[in-house]
Design a protein around this ligand. Structure first.
Ligand SMILES: [Zn+2]
Ligand SMILES: [Zn+2]
Length: 393
């Protein structure tokens, strides 16, 4: 495993202000975060589970059976098929074995079954209006679930290794994000998508072959491991999109993604809508029609721009992207009759690693280390346990 040259590492540690990442064995992830659920069911699929209601062990039930929970009178009503167990503030399902696995399904409203590793704790949100369902799961099992949710199935092992490192770095750099709410990360794209445990063998392999590896910058801080679907041929500087400059999120040319699925897009809107948008939202003076039509053109043929400019207007491209729900900010605009056409490239914010470019590089035989250094400048791959060791000096 490649490590940073140790004397250099120690020097940097001694002279830098430092965040100290923990390396927890288990993480607490809120699941079904965005769903408003009134009734759901839990059942073990592997291993027996102990059930605690308000910290008391429940007895006389089938440990492999199905439990149903709904919100009633500001508490959780717990039932099995046979009987009602009672009303509680919290319910915990703890696996007796190390490798427990369970299923959870929203009953009202109906949704698909999801499967997770580890333990589950159920409470209510502070206003008692919603379930707060937390999966306590071994860190690397969580990472595997995220990799499958964020990257999908049937991709090369080398790419999965890379995605695992990105998701692990994100987890550890955002581990206190939801601390005040009683968990670490949510399962929504707000943090990282975590929709199920990983079911693909190559994903699990990629995660465990890179176990503990994270990305740090020259100051040994965990990086913001931003990624997006397709950059369209050029990635963005972070300061051009988020107004924050970093040493590693720098624009790079990428020829690997330009024939991929999300490389090119088009969107056509009525000319009148575009005109109204510029005049009403951005205060373009109302002009005579012919002149307006004649000057409506904008191109990024020679590389990415940050702003759309037209006469006295200077509008951030990210504003136009958000207002028209475009796939990226990398577009040119042309007028075709009574319409305006956006000719676009790429999909996503364009900062950091381009997933489709990285996938292509992995297929061509580039290693995850090489791909990482292609999209992030001046970064290092370190084992978290080594990093912890040096930060505790
Ligand atoms: Zn979140
Ligand atoms: Zn790309």
């Amino acid at each position: 495993m490649k490590k940073i040259y140790l004397p250099l590492l120690l020097t940097v540690v001694l002279f830098s202000s430092f965040i100290r990442p923990e390396n927890p064995a288990n993480v607490s992830i809120r699941i079904l975060t965005t769903k408003v659920i009134s009734t759901f069911a839990f059942s073990p699929t592997s291993g027996d589970y102990l059930v605690y209601a308000d910290e008391q062990l429940i007895k006389d039930y089938d440990p492999t059976g199905i439990f149903q929970m709904n919100i009633e009178k500001d508490s959780i009503l717990l039932k099995t098929f046979e009987r009602t167990i009672g009303r509680f503030a919290s319910i915990k399902f703890y696996s007796k074995e190390k490798q427990g696995e369970f299923k959870i399904k929203s009953v009202v409203p109906q949704s698909r079954v999801r499967t997770y590793d580890g333990n589950m704790e159920v409470g209510l949100t502070a206003d008692k209006s919603q379930f707060l369902i937390v999966n306590k799961v071994p860190l690397e099992n969580y990472i595997a679930g995220v990799v499958q949710s964020e990257a999908g199935k049937n991709i090369s092992l080398e790419y999965y290794k890379l995605q695992a490192i990105l998701c692990r770095t994100f987890l550890l750099s955002h581990i206190n994000r939801h601390e005040a709410e009683g968990f670490q990360l949510c399962d929504d794209v707000h943090c990282q998508a975590y929709l199920n445990k990983a079911t693909e063998a190559n994903i699990v392999k990629g995660v465990f072959e890179t176990k503990g590896l994270v990305i740090v910058d020259n100051d040994l801080n965990l990086i913001t491991s931003a990624f997006h679907s397709n950059c369209g041929g050029v990635t963005c500087n972070s300061q051009d999109v988020w107004s924050i400059s970093t040493s590693y999120l720098k624009s790079v040319k990428d020829t690997f993604c330009i024939h991929s699925f999300n490389a090119v897009w088009q969107r056509t809107i009525p000319l009148e809508d575009w005109k109204a948008y510029l005049q009403l939202k951005h205060k373009l003076p109302v002009d005579d029609s012919a002149k307006f039509l004649g000057t409506t053109s904008f191109t990024q043929a020679n590389g990415r721009s940050t702003y759309f400019t037209d006469r006295n207007l200077k509008i951030p491209l990210k504003t136009i992207r958000a207002d028209f729900k475009l796939r990226s900010t990398y577009f040119s605009i042309e007028q075709i009759g009574d319409s305006i056409r956006f000719n676009g490239r790429g999909y996503g914010h364009g900062v950091g690693l381009c997933q489709e470019g990285a996938m292509r590089q992995a297929v061509l035989g580039y290693s995850f280390r090489s791909i990482l250094n292609y999209y992030y400048k001046d970064v290092h791959l370190v084992d978290l346990s080594a990093l912890n060791y040096f930060t505790q000096e």
